[in-house]
Write a protein that binds this ligand. Sequence first.
Ligand SMILES: [Zn+2]
Length: 674
Amino acid sequence: MSNGDLRRRFLLVMALLPMWLHLPVIVNAAPPSMPVSPSECHRMLGQGKVGLARGLADRPTLKSGQAAFDVLHYDLVLRVDPADESLVGDIGIHVASVIASLDSVVLDFVVRPEMTVDSASVDGQAAGFRWGDDAVRIAMPAGLAAGESSWVRVWYHGQPETPTVGFGFGVTPRGHPTIWTLSEPEMARFWWPCKDAPSDKATATISIRVPEPLMAVSNGLLLEIESLGDGTRTWHWSETYPIATYLVSLAICEYDVFEDSYVTTSGDSMPVIYYVYPEHRSRAERDFRFTVDMIEFYASVFGEYPFLREKYGMAEFPWGGAMEHQTVTSYGSPLITGTNIYDWIIAHELAHQWWGDLVTLETWDDIWLNEGFAVYSEALWEEHIAGEGAYHAYMAAMDRKVGFSGTLYGPSADPDSAFMVPYVYTVYDKGAWVLHMLRHVVGDSVFFQILRDYASHTSHAYRTANTVQFQALAEDHHGRSLDWFFTKWVYGTGRPEYEYRWTTRTTGGQHLLMLHIDQVQTASGVFEMPLDVAVEFASGETTFVVVDSLECQDFEVVLEKRPVAVVLDPEGWVLKRAVERPERFALYGVCPNPFHETTRVVYDLHTTQAVEFTIYDVTGRRVTNLVDHVMSPGHHEVVWDGGNDRGERVAPGVYFGKLIVGGRENRIRLVLIR
Ligand SMILES: [Zn+2]
């Protein structure tokens, strides 16, 4: 997650931090609530993950020829020297052909003057290669048949541009070296040759040689620390679960390490390891004290922690945000405050171990499946520790009232832009809102089944998923199509803007509530949504659900008591705007209609009003006027017998009644039949 702008963005983030630090500092032992305005912080979390445009914009995720092979395993052998900010790499790639005859392996690698490709081999034999166009192409000496595999290796060295493109050399507050990577979305290719597409996950071994006393932390399990006898050590890591290239991480520093452990409900235990700058140890101990609780909670909701054979870790790095590297989140120094105010970021990155790392987005257009889910998981943690009201407040804080740009799926053609303003709000916050709305649509029990199945499904777990697959899975559990929901909320833009009014009529001790809802948004078309309607009485209240799906829609409900207030969606389950617009009169309609002999138009006046009611034919010619005077409040009826001003019966057909009350006009369609 870095780019040409990263330094500037980093400074921006640093400038924002003092403001956040004014949030209440919570020092009690109970898990504190998260700050109420996470949305701005999501912008910060996302915005760093922005690749360097530098001619790479609008590139396809897969290069030509990359679909011809599947990567089975990566073997990264790296030597990192902070003294001259250099990197020497030897990358092994175990590839399997998926075509009849694979004659070259195309790897993403952005070769710039600072980096040089030295040589390549195939199955131990020197191989020809070409580099350029942000790729290394290694010739296979003999065509590789479908299903056959080979080991390809690439040797390179140079100085990764730092801290702009995925690889950073920095210093701790005490001036010690700290080296880190952040490769989302497509920056792995700036520091190691790979098939840099999230759709092709592979296992990995990662060996990092660094000068003593530096410690090199990476994904998976630490197998061995090998002393080379020359003042350097190699840290050998093994990631035995498939991993996407953007999740491969190096975090290097003279870390202070402390450990906790997560115990599953069946008694298995897994280390939870923290790697922090020694000067931040005590703050980190306070900040990280709820991590295991969070793992327990998410495991109970989403299914078991996905990388149980390995670890969950957090490694400090100098950036202002955090990144969900598989089994080892990189966590920004400025977030370690000792005050737990960034617990929601810890929750967010941890949730990504399920949403992003276990189930990885298939393409960058599906980025909401990572970020929307991680943000929504923050709200679930908030609900867990602080209750339903806090959950709704958390979601409300993420409603960007000015609107969201672009569609949730593929908000922009360039994967980097998904992490930039304005799309970052869409991907993160609207993404979370879509899950929140889906929960209300399908109900809690089905919703949480969907999440669990999505995380454990054989097509998705340790593999990838796309938006179409997520919809299909949700529909399977819901038992019916959700096309109407996904079309508007995932592939469409905008939100419903409701204007509503209501009135009641009392007959025989029963109260008929007549609710009229208009959708007044213009650009995004009509939404279909279940809407909670809360009705308050002088004492007590009740809630019912209406499915609002038209531009103008009327609902009638019989109530035992007379309502005093009606509120749409009071808890905030729908991303909407809603305003009550009480009318100076209520029109109940026309009965019968169509009519043979006579029909009645029925309306209530709340106050004394000038009323005019005139009938017109379809060409706009006046037929007759039935009312034209000031009328008192109350219930009124006007009857039309199908006659015109001259008292003659008019021909059968369609007519319009224009009812004007206090200057406000209502048009009524009347159909006369014989
Ligand atoms: Zn995230």
